[in-house]
Design a protein around this ligand. Structure first.
Ligand SMILES: O=C(O)COP(=O)(O)O
Ligand SMILES: [Mg+2]
Length: 235
């Protein structure tokens, strides 16, 4: 069993705290329809989440994971997407089961908490507010607010600095390979939720200390006065 001193928890947003795929898909389909292109189903759009909205738009336009569309087309598409998503960011997006109660419990336990997302601040901050969980976070760091986003460790390192905790005094809770890679590069343990947008990635192979199929399951690894206990991966 590994035991880490622990003071802070960093949470990813899309796919960890909030199922954002419905509104991201609606915005993608508004954009595609406006451009005279065929719409996509929500499962397809789910597979595009994780590297920020600009990359999601490029995926929708090119059908490739890291394709680069024509610059003028991208600019037009981004304007359509952003204008729609900004006003529909919480229409159908919902907290995953147990998120609000677990954040309240963790706050009562005394943890300092941050939300570290690749989502731009103009979307992420109103979303956290609309779903009633903004107040749980001492720090919110969004994908367009630093020089580099996850999987770079910079957002996690910066969150720890702003929280006033050392890196190995924090645990990241995330759903994707980007989260696991960022945590590994930052030298902090990571817990993976299995229900999010991981695109079939092997999160344990990417460095997850443990996996949980439910958000409240993270509390199985957080015990008593700031200790993080990682016994073994849950099924
Ligand atoms: O905006 C995205 O694509 C992903 O955001 P996340 O880092 O909160 O998962
Ligand atoms: Mg995520």
């Amino acid at each position: 069993m590994t035991v880490f001193p622990l003071a802070a928890l960093l949470f990813d947003l899309d796919g960890t705290l909030v199922d954002t795929a419905p509104d991201l898909a609606d915005a993608a389909n508004h954009m595609l329809t406006s451009l005279g292109r065929p719409v996509c189903d929500e499962a397809t759009v789910s597979g595009w989440i994780g590297d920020g909205v600009p990359r999601l738009i490029k995926r929708a336009l090119t059908g490739e994971r890291f394709g680069e569309p024509d610059a003028a087309l991208f600019a037009r598409a981004q304007a359509l997407y952003d204008a729609y998503y900004e006003t529909h960011v919480a229409d159908r997006s919902r907290l995953y089961p147990g998120v609000a109660q677990t954040l309240a419990d963790l706050r009562a336990d005394g943890f300092r908490m941050a939300c570290v997302t690749n989502k731009a601040g103009r979307f992420a901050r109103p979303l956290l507010g609309a779903l009633g969980i903004a107040g749980y976070f001492d720090v919110v760091l969004c994908g367009d607010e630093l020089a580099r986003a996850k999987p770079d460790p910079l957002p996690l390192v910066t969150a720890c600095e702003r929280l006033g905790v050392i890196r190995d005094g924090a645990v990241l809770v995330g759903d994707s390979g980007n989260d696991m890679r960022a945590a590994k590069a930052a030298g902090m343990p990571a817990l993976a939720v299995t229900y999010g947008y991981h695109h079939g990635a092997d999160l344990v192979a990417l460095g997850a200390a443990a996996m949980t199929p439910t958000f409240d399951g993270i509390r199985n690894f957080l015990r008593f006065e700031g200790r993080f206990l990682c016994a073994q991966a849950l099924p």
